[in-house]
Design a protein around this ligand. Structure first.
Ligand code: HEM
Length: 283
């Protein structure tokens, strides 16, 4: 087990094996898969840029909670309007209407955020389903191996003693003081557990709920998520939370020392602060 040397700088410390091969391979596999899933998912969303709560959708049911549209105002100007729970926001330039003024594009998410960049639902679906299966297989490889090699229990799930250190860990993060002792801190554990054990299963299951063949095979999915439309909304919300996680994740990697961090998730090798009494520590 790693020592508890508290210092801002990991300089001159011992190099340990921090991440095992399966952690590294699965990490990069889902990072690549999620990149393609996000861009192709936004392409699919553009084909019908409204989200609903409930079993059905259509003009007769007033159950839409989110939409991105191009709308004409009283002066005939077309603007992008994003509506969240009935409140409309002008998002011209990014959402609803984007592209140069001379050749505006009337689409929910702009060309740079979708794959393909032009409107093409069929290709978007092919890309999405291809990477969805890569993502699902990767997730199960990670889950099984993490149960067997105890990575989940030892490195991801925080102990009750660690839970009590949350206030202290928040204070350390606010002061940008990080421990380089080879272990995840409690906030890291909670965020990884949230992503791996809540958001990943949620995005996979809500995705399956939208599939007609899965509706026939596993009809209980529709009951759990309250119908296809609610499943689609939850799928979108899980995507937004993963994007938020990604932004914070990258900021934390940079703040904690990008070279050491990146090397650890690429090669496994990580420089700790000072000596580690327990020798090498492998996740
Ligand atoms: C959507 C993309 C990504 C997701 C969902 C994600 C998620 C995760 C998760 C869950 C872990 C813990 C893995 C485990 O212990 O089993 C992790 C670790 C890590 N990730 Fe990512 N990641 C993403 C992209 C990236 C990128 C682009 C970078 C680099 C710039 C990165 C750098 C790291 C590093 C350095 C660690 C190890 C942190 C440490 O040892 O303290 N991740 N990531």
């Amino acid at each position: 087990m790693a020592g508890n040397v508290e210092t801002d700088s990991p300089e001159a410390g011992q190099v340990i094996l921090r991440h095992g091969a399966i952690t590294r391979i699965t990490h990069w596999s889902w990072a690549v898969a999620l990149f393609f899933l996000l861009l192709s998912g936004l392409q699919i969303f553009n084909a019908h840029p409204t989200l609903y709560i409930g079993e059905q959708s259509g003009f007769e049911f007033k159950n839409d909670i989110f939409s991105i549209r191009a709308m004409q105002d009283a002066q005939g100007r077309v603007e992008g309007v994003t509506t969240i729970f009935g409140a409309g926001f002008d998002t011209t330039g990014v959402l609803g209407v984007s592209g140069p003024d001379t050749a505006p594009s009337y689409r929910a998410f702009p060309a740079w955020a979708t794959l393909p960049s032009y409107q093409d639902l069929a290709t978007g679906r092919v890309i999405h389903f291809f990477f969805a299966w890569i993502f699902v297989v990767t997730f199960f490889v990670w889950l099984l191996s993490s149960l067997v090699n105890r990575h989940l229990r030892r490195d991801i799930l925080p102990s009750s003693r660690e839970i009590r250190t949350i206030p202290q860990s928040i204070r350390e993060h606010l002061r940008f003081r990080f421990r380089h002792d080879g272990r995840y801190n409690v906030l890291q554990k909670l965020s990884y557990a949230g992503v791996l054990l809540i958001l990943f299963p949620l995005i996979i299951l809500t995705g399956l709920t939208m599939s007609p063949s899965m509706n026939a095979a596993w009809p209980w999915l529709l009951d759990i998520f309250g119908g296809r439309q609610t499943a689609r909304t939850l799928h979108f919300v899980a995507m937004l939370l993963l994007v938020a996680f990604f932004v914070i994740h990258i900021v934390m990697v940079i703040a904690a020392g990008p070279i050491n961090e990146l090397r650890s998730i690429l090669t496994g090798r990580y420089r700790v602060s000072g000596e580690m009494p327990g020798g090498e520590f492998r996740k």
